[in-house]
Structure formats: C-alpha cells, structure tokens
Design a protein around this ligand. Structure first.
Ligand code: HEC
Length: 465
C-alpha cells in the first residue's frame, strides 16, 4: 500500500464509484448505440430521400451531441478521479499494464468527439452522401472505443492467461472478451432504441410519422431479444468456477446470506430486461397511439436501472478482488500476502504506517484500545487500508453492526480466521481478502475494532496527556 486512504463516511467509497459509473455506463453505451442509430437511420433517410426522417435526425443530433460530449466526458473523467482515489493500487496497475490500450482509447475518443462536432455543424452544409459518411465514421470510432475498454474491463474479472504470462494482449483478449463485447453492443443498440422511443413519442403534428418512428424504434430491441439470452449464457460459461459458485450460493440461499443480494439483483435485472423487451413489442410496436411520452420516459428509467444492476452484478462477482486472482479490492496483491504476514504490513505501507505513528510530542497511553495509543492508531490504519474498501465504521456494511457484541478477544479469534488463506480454515476467502500482517498488527486491529462498540473501555481519564 503506497497511497493515502480516502475515507467517505456513511456510504463508503465503493458506492461513489457505483453511482457515477452507473450513469456513465448508461450514457457511454448510449453514445455508441446512438452512433449506430444515427448511421443506420441516416442511411435510410438518404436512400428514400425522406425529409421527415432527416428533420428528426437533425433535431435530435443536438441533444445527442450535448449528452454524449458534455455528460459523457464529465462523468468519464469523474470515474478516473474516483477510481484513483478509491483504489489507487488497482488504477496504477491498470494504467501500467494497459498503457498502450489507454493511449489508443484516447485516440479513438478524440476522433469520436471531433467527428460528432463536425457531423452536427455540417447539417445542410455538406452534400448528403458526405454527411452520411460522417455518421458512419462516428459509429466506427465509437464502437472502437468499446473494443478497447471492453478488453480492460473484462480483464479485471477474467485476466486469464495474463496471470501467468503477464503479456497484456493475453489479458486483453481474455475468456469473457467476446461475449461481453457482443452483449454490450446489443445492449447499446437497445439503449439507442429506448432513447429513440422517447424522441419518437415526443413527435407532434404528424401522427403517421410518429407511429412509423415508434415502430422503427421498437425494432432496435430485436437483437437484444434474440441474442441477449444466448450471449449471457456464453458469458456465464466463461466465468471462473469460484465466481459461479458465489452466485449459486446466493441463488440457493435466497432470502438469507450475503450472496442472496447478488442473486436477487441478478434475478431482478433479468426479469426487468425481459419485461422491457416484451413491453417494447406490446407497447410502442403494437399500440403506438397509446404509447405516451411519459411511458417512454419510464422506459428509459427502467433501462438505467437495469444497466446499473447488470454493472453491480459484474462488480460484485469479482469480489474480493479488484483484478481477479491478482489484486484484492483493498489494493493488496495476492502474492504479497505471505511477505506482509512475515515482515509486517504497516512497515511496508508508508502511508498507513505514517498514520499509525504518534503525533510529535505526544505521549503514548498504556491502554491499548484508547484512541491516543499507538496500538489503536495502528489498528485504525490497518482497518483503513485493509477493510474500508468494503466496510465503513457505522454506515454501509457497518463494522459496528457486523461485529455486534464481540469483545476484543472474540474479535481476535475472528481475525485469526480471516488471516488464513486456506479456504477450509477461512470460509470468508471468497468474500473478503485475508487480513495481512504480523500477530501484533492483527491484535492492534482487534483493539481498534473492539473500541468501536465499546468506547467506554477507553475512558478519557486514563489518558496521560
Ligand atoms: C472485498 C470486500 C471486503 C473487504 C476488503 C473486507 N470485507 Fe468484511 N465483509 C465483506 C462482505 C461482503 C461481508 C458480508 C456482509 C454482510 O453479510 O452484510 C463481510 C462481512 C464481515 C464481517 C461479518 C462476518 C460475520 O459473519 O459475522 C466482519 C466481522 C468483517 N467483514 C470484517 C472485516 C475486516 C476486519 C476486514 C479488514 C481486515 C474486512 N472485513 C475486509 C467484504 C469485505
């Protein structure tokens, strides 16, 4: 651990990433799906010399430009900010392994942005065939950004042979690369359809055109409807065995246990996606007249929720790792654990170690669990660096709640178990990273944890300051 910790009380840091990325994923998927939509639809308008369709595209390209550039860019940059604050080690590793990938990503992104600006500002200034070429160019560039980022995102869950060879291309084209790429493309097309439903439902004064556009938009759900289940199954088949086991633990234990939440979110997102697909057919396709603008907006909200759920599932499946089987969520590499246990964690972690030192000129109290003692500080530093990636003291996955009435002895027993890397001795290895450190450091962590629910032990009178 070479970086300072960022503490977010209440919701914890992981949710900050979750909230920003949920919106970003929706908008960025829309940017790509919308690019395909504009290219295909403008192709139709060109072929049939369809003035209504041209008018529709021109009108909506402004919103598309604003949403994808302003919101897409701002939320994309926010993701970089948050991941590097929340998990600097994993971000560091991603940048290091995929330097070339990121460089290409930015190149395509720049090309995408440039093209969309030229596209928007050259309506009626360029010949129609040339303008159509721009639409197609934008679609190609935006799909290329996905082609790159998909390799890096899937690598985090299934690094595959990279774990052994450390060759970046092997991590990039990993087991879930292709199913994930295709799932995302079908999802992007469906998201473009959702947006088109909203804009089509908003068409006034031309009932025939409105009906035609609603039916046209509903057709954009067809790839998802046909390919979605097949691709999802393909993806699932390529997940690591222990990840699948976690998911099944939750399915079998429905209603109780940690993984039931994951299983329920997975069920819900499948049910909601199915419902969206069916409603696209019975709603806008069969009954375009009865399909209102408000319904279309509800639809869009469902889309955001499903996207969020699907991303949540993917993130949860990877736990306790940030990069599967390589680096834990708390930034500690799997192969570093043995060394940390032997030589100590705080010594090798400059920032956490610094936090554990007494302040200049401060005396150290005798009572270990008193906030002024070095033991307590060391324990807190251990907690901040090893546990806070997933827990808070009294908010999300509250340590106070999870520890309940355990005193420091009981907590020491628990940590002895959490310290084990053998799954037979530590049933939590598939949920939490093993605690790394010397016995002294584990004891300090226990004292700190005990003080959360038993502050009375650390009465201020004992302080010798
Ligand atoms: C990768 C994420 C992650 C990290 C890091 C993590 N935990 Fe957990 N922990 C979990 C999850 C998930 C649960 C289950 C939560 C629930 O049941 O609500 C859990 C549960 C617990 C429980 C309750 C266990 C029980 O069955 O009563 C304790 C105690 C706990 N964690 C302590 C720790 C400590 C101490 C650390 C740091 C050394 C830590 N955790 C690090 C994810 C994590």
């Amino acid at each position: 651990m070479n970086y300072p910790m960022w503490e977010v009380p209440g919701i914890g840091t992981a949710w900050i990433i979750g909230l920003i990325s949920c919106l970003h994923v929706f908008v960025s998927h829309f940017a790509v799906g919308g690019g395909i939509f504009f290219a295909v639809t403008e192709g139709l308008a060109f072929k049939n010399n369809d003035k209504d369709l041209y008018g529709y595209l021109k009108k909506h390209s402004q919103f598309f430009l604003l949403l994808t550039t302003v919101f897409g860019v701002v939320s994309g940059v926010s993701i970089w900010w948050t991941i590097s604050l929340v998990n600097p080690n994993a971000t560091h590793s991603l940048i290091q392994v995929y330097t070339l990938g990121w460089a290409e990503e930015y190149l395509f992104f720049l090309a995408e942005l440039t093209t969309i600006f030229v596209y928007y500002y050259t309506w009626e200034r360029l010949a129609k065939d040339k303008h159509l070429k721009l639409a197609r160019l934008y679609a190609v560039f935006s799909v290329l950004t996905l082609v790159i980022i998909n390799g890096i995102i899937t690598y985090m869950l299934t690094p595959g042979h990279w774990l052994v060879s450390k060759k970046w291309l092997e991590g990039f084209f990993n087991e879930t690369y292709w199913p994930s790429l295709l799932i995302r493309i079908t999802a992007m097309i469906a998201i473009a359809g959702m947006y088109a439903l909203v804009t089509a439902a908003a068409i006034k004064d031309n009932e025939a055109f409105r009906t035609r556009m609603l039916r046209y938009a509903a057709k954009w759900f067809i790839p998802m409807f046909i390919l979605g289940p097949v691709l999802a199954f393909w993806y699932y088949q390529n997940l690591p065995a222990s990840v699948v086991a976690n998911l099944w633990t939750g399915v079998q234990a429905s209603g109780v246990g940690n993984f039931s939440i994951l299983a329920r979110v997975t069920y819900l997102s499948l049910i909601l996606s199915g419902t969206i697909l069916v409603f696209a057919f019975v709603g806008p396709y069969l009954n375009p007249k009865g399909f209102s603008f408000k319904m279309a907006l509800c639809y869009l909200c469902c889309g955001i929720v499903v996207t969020g759920m699907a991303e949540y599932t993917r993130e949860m499946l990877r736990k306790p790792f940030a990069i599967y089987n390589y680096m834990y969520s708390n930034g500690i590499r799997k192969d570093a654990i043995a060394g940390l246990n032997e030589h100590g964690f705080l010594k090798t972690a400059p920032w956490a170690g610094l936090a554990a030192l007494p302040k200049p000129g401060e005396s150290v109290t005798a009572l270990a669990s008193h906030p002024d003692s070095t033991t307590w500080r060391a324990g807190r530093a251990m907690f901040q660096s090893q546990c806070m990636a997933c827990h808070t003291t009294d908010g999300y996955r509250s340590m106070k709640r999870l520890l309940g009435q355990r005193d420091s002895e009981a907590i020491k027993g628990l940590l002895t178990m959490l310290h084990e890397t053998n799954p037979e001795k530590n049933p939590y290895v598939h949920i939490m990273p093993p605690v790394a450190g010397t016995q002294e450091e584990l004891d300090a962590l226990a004292e700190y944890l005990a003080s959360l629910n038993h502050p009375e032990v650390s009465s201020p009178q004992i302080s010798q300051r």
